[in-house]
Design a protein around this ligand. Structure first.
Ligand SMILES: [Zn+2]
Length: 92
């Protein structure tokens, strides 16, 4: 028996993807904002450059998670994203 993939929606492009191809950001009840783990409200972003480099991604994440995101989190988020793909001309 093959397990059907768990589908989630990217908060940026609103397209549905298999969860394993998405970056999961969770507002953990105890530990705050976490990547890939944690229990609580979660948001998903696909790994397309258009989405993770969206200038409004922070706002969209804050809305989806109903929380305020520290700039430290955005730095961690960007580091995580850059580990998926290496774009020499990313312009960051
Ligand atoms: Zn997307």
């Amino acid at each position: 028996m093959e397990q059907s993939p768990v589908m989630r929606i990217c908060i940026s492009c609103k397209k549905t993807y298999d969860r394993k191809y998405l970056l999961k950001i969770t507002k953990d009840h105890k530990q705050g904002i976490m990547l890939h783990k944690g229990m609580g409200r979660s948001a998903y972003i696909c790994k397309s450059k258009k989405c993770y480099s969206d200038s409004k991604i922070k706002k969209k994440l804050q809305k989806a998670l109903k929380t305020f995101l520290e700039s430290e989190f955005i730095e961690i988020f960007e580091k995580e994203i850059s580990s998926y793909n290496y774009y020499p001309n990313k312009g960051i």
